[in-house]
Design a protein around this ligand. Structure first.
Ligand code: NAP
Length: 260
């Protein structure tokens, strides 16, 4: 029987592209999304020739995350790869944004990631095998004004991945963090950032980012910055740049037009 990979948030964007790459590598796929469009993704991914199982659920809720895991478990198969990809952004000024929207970012990007990771780790460790990817962001390496809750939620994902990786060192289960730079998906528009400079600036190629993530996962690397040479250089530079300088730079990129 083929191996099985699960990917959260795989209707479109980075999750879909990683799913397509894994499908082309022969992995059967269990995918999730919040709308019934996830079944369109299933149809598209089946063209890779593997079995695809699609589940519609809101990753912002306990029931949604648990439901996706139960759906996967009910397939009665080992999970060989888990891509914890689902994440949302939120642009705008913290003072103006609704508290429930801030909480939704935390629910999906942090609480939901911990929830699915718990189920996956407790499944993989007894099997002594498995590969986990946490999709974080280059935003994990900088303050992110005008995405003031989003960036720290991705910093959580990065350090969560590095922490878990060390804990699981001798278990046969690996953990890899993917830190994409700005990537050519609908992410910024979905985050209400269509009028920001970042949504109109250069973006990394979706396939390149996804492929770099899968390569790092298969090579058991602790992390990879997803994107071109300039993006990778930025991650290196960020280590030596004061937080105040990075914050000022990010504010210019992410302020909405209406706020300038
Ligand atoms: N694009 C970038 O510039 C960038 C940069 C760094 C990191 N990232 C990270 O990469 C990951 C994927 O982002 P992306 O760029 O591919 O974004 P995207 O194009 O907006 O795709 C997000 C995916 O998640 C699904 N989704 C959204 N809300 C959901 C929910 N509540 N429950 C279940 N599924 C949900 C969406 O499908 P439905 O809407 O149908 O649910 C879609 O398939 C995120 O974790 C993001 O933080 C992105």
């Amino acid at each position: 029987m083929s191996k099985l990979a699960i990917i959260s948030g795989a209707y479109s964007g980075i999750g879909f592209e990683i799913a397509r790459i894994l499908g082309n590598m022969g992995y059967d796929l269990a995918i999730s999304g919040s709308s019934d469009r996830i079944h369109d993704a299933k149809t598209e991914l089946k063209k890779t020739g593997v079995e695809v199982y699609a589940f519609q659920a809101d990753a912002a809720t306990y029931e949604g995350v648990e439901g996706f895991w139960q759906f996967t478990k009910d397939l009665g198969r080992n999970v060989d790869i888990a891509i914890l990809n689902v994440g949302i952004g939120l642009g705008g000024a913290f003072v103006d944004n609704k508290l429930e929207d801030d909480f939704r970012v935390i629910a999906i990007n942090i609480t939901g990631t911990v929830h699915l990771a718990k189920r996956v780790v407790q499944h993989m460790v007894p099997n002594k095998a498995g590969r986990i990817m946490i999709v974080s962001s280059l935003s994990a390496t900088t303050p992110t004004p005008f995405e003031t809750v989003y960036g720290p939620s991705k910093a959580f994902g990065y350090m969560f991945a590095e922490s878990l990786r060390e804990e699981l060192r001798d278990t046969g289960v690996s953990v890899t963090a993917l830190l994409p730079g700005a990537t050519n998906t609908r992410f910024h528009k979905n985050a209400g950032m269509a009028t920001s400079k970042i949504d109109h600036g250069p973006k990394n190629d979706l396939h390149e980012v996804a492929q770099q993530g899968v390569d790092a996962l298969m090579q058991n690397e602790d992390m990879v910055v997803g994107g071109n040479a300039a993006t990778k250089q930025q991650a290196i530079d960020n280590r030596a740049t004061p937080e105040t300088v990075k914050a000022a730079r990010h504010a210019i990129l992410c302020k909405l037009n209406s706020e300038q």
